[in-house]
Structures are given as structure tokens and as C-alpha cells.
Design a protein around this ligand. Sequence first.
Ligand SMILES: Nc1nc2c([nH]c(=O)n2[C@H]2C[C@H](O)[C@@H](COP(=O)(O)OP(=O)(O)OP(=O)(O)O)O2)c(=O)[nH]1
Length: 133
Amino acid sequence: MKKTVQVVAAIIENEHREILCALRSRHMSLPNMWELPGGKVKEGEDLFTALERELYEEMSCRIQGQEVFHENVHEYDTFIIQLIAIKAKLVQGVPQKNEHAQLIWLQRENLASLHWTPADIPAVEALMNETLK
Ligand SMILES: Nc1nc2c([nH]c(=O)n2[C@H]2C[C@H](O)[C@@H](COP(=O)(O)OP(=O)(O)OP(=O)(O)O)O2)c(=O)[nH]1
């Protein structure tokens, strides 16, 4: 039976309403694909705590989770991922690419130009369809 992993991923917007997109490096699983930064939730860990921890580990910045925006389940060949995309705000520092190959900020309408990990596509589509206040 495939293992299900719970992964939290951050939707961080800058002052131009651009979204932070991260390119997985060739040393990571799913290499050379774009993702919303985040990672696996540890057993017993709160979703927001996991997200804040992952961003600090991977990008040396402090964020604050605000609300769950989208949730979906995707089946890869070797595991099943429950991807929880959470809106978050940057509270300290500038995201650094400690592990990723590249970081970029993109307007919503340009998100479709990237090659996203399959699990992220529903959340990215929802983000592109979101009506902004
Ligand atoms: N962080 C993150 N991971 C994602 C996304 N979409 C997606 O399929 N994934 C996959 C990649 C990884 O297999 C897993 C997240 O694990 P992780 O980011 O903590 O990476 P990790 O180094 O611990 O993973 P692994 O190499 O042990 O598989 O979920 C996403 O948007 N963000």
C-alpha cells in the first residue's frame, strides 16, 4: 500500500501581488519542477507550525500562516500526497534559496507558464481563478 504524506505549501504574496514560486533542485525528489515552498508535516505537528518551520529551514525567513486556501490529494507512482496550500505572510527576512535551484515572484496570470509538480496544479489553478478584492 502506498504511504500518504501530508505536505503543507505556502502561498506568499509580495506587495505587487506576486506569488513566491520555488524550483526544486536536481538533488531533490521531483527535480526541476516548480512548487509552492513547504514540506512534510511531522507527526502530531500543527499545519501552520509545520509550514512556518519548513520555510525557516528551507528559506531562512519567518512567515505566519493565515488560512488554508486549497487542499487536494494526488497519487504519485510511489506515494500519495495530501497537499494543503496555505496563505501566509512574510514577517521577517527575505526568502533564500538554501535548497531550491531558483526562486521567483510571479503574477497570478503567469503561474501557468511554469512546470509545476503534479500535486500543485489544482492549487495553482485555484489561485489563478481567484477573484481578488
Ligand atoms: N514542499 C512541497 N513539496 C511538494 C509540493 N508538491 C509536491 O508534489 N511535493 C512533494 C515533493 C516531496 O516529495 C514532498 C515534500 O517533501 P519535502 O519538500 O519535505 O521534501 P523532502 O526533501 O523531505 O522530500 P523527499 O526528498 O524526502 O521526498 O512532496 C509542493 O508544492 N511543495
